[in-house]
Design a binder for this molecule. Structure first.
Ligand code: ACO
Length: 388
């Protein structure tokens, strides 16, 4: 008989930890979460400090190397990233063919797999070669996403500008104009806040792949494919649609009360690990306020603030608080980014964490090979097709 208590399923072969919840799969020195207090650290640095003082390139260096760079190291890392942004013509052509029909996450998977053919280090899993591959992937993901955006709108591919920072260059490749500093900061801070988060499903998928000694490109395709699911990436889109449905701040409270009264879930609220206010959400809320002011549109910030007040009043006692997705969809919306690019932009940041975890795991390597408890029959007689 099979019974479940949520976390554990009692099977004939023994207990199954449902969804591997709380199962430790590796040691890590990359990121750490205190879900009870709502604290996130990258390489020991509090996310609040990195959000305030750092930027995407410096934080990526920190994640990869375990320490902050000197000025010279940072300049050289930035220049490596900037030089690796452009895509081979063959990959640009692939994106051009697929973009009008395919979801950007599918195109991201296809383009990353295609890029493997052009990487001179592809069959070398040494730490040095994997670092070079990780830098190339980090540099090229924004170009793939921007190319998809352009081609699906019958626009031309815009080649990257080396003089621009990572985030500003992404917006430039999407929209063909160098962004204002607040817009570039909105993307940059989003990338800093999403760069790593211990071992969620997509990072675990990357680890399972790399544990077979496959190449980093294939492992990153696993990460992208797993992030695509609505239970992982995608809640910021749902939260934004919620605010659009609410329409104005005074309608927020009755909307939320009705929704909760019907036993439904508010999007952008709650987290498997955080049982306090998600520290990333606290930080990004301020950015959304700033961006809303600079765009002259406070409507969605005000609606979300009203929703937040009801959440804090009615749900906080159950450990349910706004998560990063509660606020980030508003920024994407105000930047004019269509919904289908929200999750690809998440991937654009998390590719750093996936790569760092893959490299870290190769140092403590063991092939992932769990077991399943077989509950079907054995020795079933084979019946020829004409007798079935
Ligand atoms: N709104 C209202 N109630 C909620 C919400 C919510 N968003 N989330 C959880 N609850 C309630 C549940 O109904 C349940 O109540 P009960 O005990 O009275 O039955 C209780 O909180 C526990 O819920 P679980 O589903 O067990 O909590 P879990 O840890 O599995 O859920 C999850 C985490 C999936 C994120 C959930 O909070 C949710 O669905 N949130 C909305 C989607 C969302 O915002 N996802 C983004 C996550 S952050 C990120 O990925 C970057």
């Amino acid at each position: 008989e099979i019974t479940t208590t949520g976390k554990v399923i009692q099977s004939p072969c023994g207990p199954i930890i449902h969804g591997l919840e709380d199962v430790l799969v590796k040691t890590t020195a990359i990121s750490d979460i205190d879900g009870r207090k709502g604290i996130l650290w990258y390489r020991g640095y509090n996310i609040n400090d990195l959000a305030k003082y750092s930027n995407f390139e410096e934080t990526a260096y920190l994640i990869f190397n375990g320490r902050l760079p000197t000025r010279t190291e940072l300049e050289s890392f930035k220049s490596m990233l900037a030089k690796e942004r452009d895509l081979p013509d063959e990959v640009v052509s692939t994106i051009r063919v697929l973009a009008p029909r395919a979801h950007p996450m599918h195109v991201l998977e296809a383009a990353v797999a295609g890029l493997a053919a052009f990487d001179p280090d592809i069959n070398d899993n040494s730490p040095e070669a994997n670092f070079r591959k990780a830098v190339r992937l980090t540099a090229k993901l924004p170009s793939i996403i921007a190319a998809h955006y352009r081609f699906s709108r019958k626009l031309d591919y815009i080649r990257p500008k080396e003089s621009l920072a990572h985030s500003a260059n992404f917006l430039y490749m999407m929209f063909g104009q160098e962004p204002d500093s607040t817009s570039a900061k909105a993307i940059d801070l989003y990338l800093v806040l999403h760069i790593d988060h211990e071992v969620p499903a997509s990072t675990f998928a990357t680890l399972v792949s790399i544990s077979t000694w496959t190449d980093l490109y294939s492992a990153i395709v696993s990460g992208i494919a797993t992030l695509k699911g609505p239970l992982h990436g995608g809640a910021n889109e749902a939260a934004m649609k919620q605010y659009l449905e609410i329409g104005s701040p005074e309608k927020a409270r009755p909307y939320v009360e009705k929704l909760l009264g019907e036993g439904k879930r508010l999007m952008g609220v709650g987290h498997r690990v955080y049982k306090a206010y998600d520290p990333r959400a606290k930080i990004y809320k301020e950015l959304v306020r700033e961006l809303s002011q600079s765009k002259g549109n406070m409507t969605y910030y005000n609606i979300a603030s009203e929703v937040e007040a009801v959440v804090l009043e009615k749900l906080a006692s159950k450990g349910l608080y706004p998560n990063i997705d509660f606020w980030s969809g508003i920024a994407m919306y105000l930047l004019g980014i269509p919904y289908e690019y929200y999750t690809p932009i998440f991937a654009m940041s998390r590719v750093v964490g996936w790569s760092a975890h893959a490299m870290e795991y190769l140092n403590q390597h063991r092939l992932f090979r769990p077991r399943a408890c077989y509950v079907g029959p054995h020795d079933v007689p084979y019946v020829p097709i004409e007798k079935r």
